[in-house]
Design a protein around this ligand. Sequence first.
Ligand code: GYE
Length: 330
Amino acid sequence: MKILIKQRFLLIFAAAVLIFSGCGNQGGGNGQTGTTGGGGEKKKVVGFAQMGNDNPWRIAQTKSMRDEAAKRGYEIIVTDAQGAMSKQVSDVEDLIARRVSAIFLPPQQFEGIAPALAAAKSAKIPVFLLDREAAGTPGEDFVTFIGSNFVEEGQRVGDWVVQNTGGNAGVIILEGTSGSSVARDRNQGFLDAIKASPGVKVIASQPADFGRANGQKVMENLIQAHGKAITVVYAHNDEMALGAIQALKAANMNPGKDVKVVSVDGQRSALEAIIAGDMNVTVECNPRFGPIAFDTYEKFLRGEPIPPKIIVPDRFFDASNAAQFVGEAY
Ligand code: GYE
């Protein structure tokens, strides 16, 4: 299958490389020089401070990190913050105390992770942000951010809504975790895309924490409040969309048809819902970070320049291609 890499990504990437060449080795030379590979050499130990493993996206990401570590001969210590910001901070502190050589980190919240970044910086342990951004400066407070362009994900969903509702819609937004960069950006992109279409109105926008049960509960309440005025549900991830579908079905509201359901992630059960006609589109957000995370870390170890942002391209799934991709979905 062919992955379309947008010109824009290439430009951002090229600009980033130019800006960053010759600098950006945050935490470099930290003295953790155990080498990898066979021959009885000492294995390099890295940490992955996962924020939780309660949805298919997170489970796929953790698996990808473990698989890649094993493939390249690293030992990986994986922690699980179980959705709690404070636990993720203390998990990072534990990894620092164990003197790992690097920390891979998806920060649950943009600001809340700051104490963990400060602790890693003073311990001179390089941090690679995965899939969510954090306050701070790349090359100083962390090495780089690796992930999707989340504003663009929201824009692509918003464009679809404008084009497929004839410019008239009553939209419910189910937001991801408050304070996360992803919820902020997926919201922003969507609002940008519908701005020029006054007939596409956001009726209500509420957080449901990226969770299926929460998505269902919030949607039940919003159905009570707004009923038939709802014609589109935009969920910031598939889990919330699937929860909303349950609520719509329970209220006999015909998801996928009378009420369009659109979201982001591309997990298997979402593609199945598209095939079943209950859901309309999902923009892919690929959780398989292992290869790019370790490639970036190894470049860093070789002293190569690391761009401040490394953007992973996303595909777009709808009724025309869901069946083709469901087999490879997570
Ligand atoms: O969309 C969601 C997960 O940060 C990109 O977090 C990630 C998001 C993903 O919980 O399902």
